[in-house]
Structure formats: structure tokens, C-alpha cells
Design a protein around this ligand. Structure first.
Ligand SMILES: [Zn+2]
Length: 294
């Protein structure tokens, strides 16, 4: 992704991985079989592999530099995490921090970390393994958690500890969220919290119970970091389609529809966590649905 100017702000991405990943009906089980073919004109070759129709997905963070603060949005899957049921996420050695340094940002320079939600592929770099312990990767950062999101997963985690249910999101709550809280770097905020003027959370519930997006407004320009409100641009063709990972697919569709309709035909730059290169785009009406203009 080219650096994006949002008024006086600048946004870069830090890539962890990007590749043809899975078939549409794996990620979006309700998708009609002809959806890709009917939208191939704008989906291929950027969002869908022209060879086998697999979705091309990225795992990436965004760095927002406002002049006052350096804010990291979403934290991918991380290195060294034990994720035996997810081979792509298991004991990885991504050069993620080198890529961050290459855009001129040292880990020590991050002032705030904000995860749109607490799934394993959004919290990974919150922590790193140091002498066998998980410690905050960004030692000077305040980690902002929407209270509603944190409290939901904290409750599920306690139930797991009591012998009910699986570890939260492949164990990521234990190795990538709790160590930040224990290190006293966490801040729990309302779902409309403002980090600084023009940079504020907004509730976007449905993908997870406390999922939030982050808005950045400067000098009349606007970008929105939408996390997983959409996983793939294919969903723009049919906003009713939620992913298999949405905790409430109906609420997720409502949230997605409201956000897309509000951004459509405006200059708002949409930055989704899993959209592949060139990542940033504006939403346009297209046939009966929408498309991403890149
Ligand atoms: Zn995700």
C-alpha cells in the first residue's frame, strides 16, 4: 500500500502476510456460487486469484501518524505463538518489526495500540516472546481496548479456566491480551472513545460483540479502519453476506450495510484489515451492490 495522506495525517501499512488464502464459500458460507463470476470485472486479479478463484487475503496492521501520536491499528497473528490448529499462524517468524522500522517507526515509538476486536489475527503483535515470557511488543504504548469487547472475552476466558469451552481465540487472549493487562499497559474505553481530536472509535458490533472501527479525520479528509466489518471486498457485492467468523451474522450485516452506505460515493478511504494490495480504496455503487475503487 502506498502511504495515504488523510489531511495532516499519514497512514502506512505493515504487512505480515498476503496470499491466495481460501475459497469464498469457506470464508463466507452463504455466498451464492456465481458471485465471483458476476463481479470478476473488478474482483480479479486484485481480490480474487484469476486461476482458481481463491480469495487473496492480507494480514496487516496500519500505522497512523497524526503529528501528535503514532497509533498502531490491529496486530496480525504475531511471532512464536502456539496455534497448532492454524498452521499459517503457528510458531511464525515474520519480519514484521523490520517492516515497521522500514517505514520509519520503531516499536518504542508507538504511542497507542488499538485492536478493532480480540481475535487471534488482530492481537498477535501485542506481545512478543522474551526469555520465555510474553511481554508487550510496544513498551511505551497504551493499549486501547473497547471495554465491551474486552469484558466479553474475559468472561469467556474465565469460563474456559473453569473447564467450560475452548481457549479464547486459539489461546490468543492468554498470550496476547492478558500479558498487556498484567504489564499495566491496557486502557479500557467506551466504544466511542476519542484518542485525540479527529481520531475516534465507533461501535461496529456483530463480527464480535464489542467490535469497533477507528475513524481518522483531518482537514476535511476521512479514513476509516474497518477491521473485519468486511473480510473480503467480495462482500461489497452483497452486503448481507457475513463471514463464518462473525459472532452475530445478522448484526454484522446490519453494521456492514450502514457503514458501506454511509461511505459510498464519498472520499472516505476504507482500510480493511484483510484487503490485499493496494488495500486502500473508496466505495462506489456498482450494479445492484457496491465495489471498491482502488
Ligand atoms: Zn481478522
Amino acid at each position: 500500500m502506498k502511504p495515504q495522506r488523510i489531511g495532516n495525517f499519514r497512514v502506512d501499512r505493515v504487512l505480515e502476510a498476503e496470499a491466495p488464502y481460501c475459497a469464498l464459500d469457506f470464508l463466507v458460507p452463504e455466498a451464492p456460487p456465481d458471485l465471483i463470476a458476476a463481479n470478476a470485472d473488478w474482483l480479479k486479479p486484485c481480490f480474487v486469484d484469476p486461476g482458481d478463484d481463491r480469495l487473496i487475503l492480507a494480514f496487516q496492521s496500519f500505522v497512523l501518524r497524526t503529528g501528535r501520536h503514532t497509533i498502531l491499528v490491529d496486530c496480525c497473528t504475531g511471532n512464536d505463538k502456539e496455534r497448532p490448529t492454524r498452521p499459517n499462524w503457528h510458531r511464525q517468524k515474520h519480519p514484521y518489526l523490520d517492516r515497521m522500522r522500514a517505514i520509519g517507526v520503531a516499536p518504542e515509538a508507538i504511542d497507542f495500540v488499538f485492536c478493532t476486536h480480540l481475535h487471534a489475527d488482530h492481537v498477535g503483535w501485542n506481545t512478543k516472546l522474551e526469555n520465555g515470557r510474553w511481554v508487550p511488543t510496544f513498551p511505551n504504548a497504551r493499549y486501547i481496548f473497547a471495554k465491551r469487547e474486552y469484558e466479553h472475552w474475559e468472561k469467556v476466558h474465565r469460563e474456559h479456566l473453569a473447564g467450560r469451552g475452548e481457549p479464547v481465540s486459539h489461546g490468543s487472549f492468554a498470550d496476547s491480551v492478558l500479558p498487556v493487562v498484567e504489564a499495566k499497559r491496557a486502557v479500557f474505553v467506551a466504544s466511542d472513545h476519542e484518542i485525540e481530536t479527529g481520531v475516534y472509535l465507533e461501535p461496529a458490533y456483530g463480527h464480535t460483540p464489542g467490535n469497533c472501527v477507528l475513524n481518522a479525520r483531518s482537514n476535511g479528509a476521512h479514513a476509516v479502519f474497518i477491521g473485519d466489518v468486511m473480510h473480503t471486498a467480495v462482500q461489497l457485492a452483497n452486503l448481507a453476506l457475513s463471514s463464518r467468523f462473525c459472532s452475530d451474522p445478522v448484526e454484522s450485516a446490519k453494521t456492514r450495510t450502514a457503514l458501506v452506505e454511509r461511505c459510498a460515493e464519498t472520499d472516505t478511504i476504507v482500510l480493511a484489515c484483510h484487503f490485499p494490495t493496494p488495500v486502500a480504496g473508496r466505495i462506489r455503487r456498482h450494479r445492484a451492490g457496491f465495489a471498491l475503487a482502488i
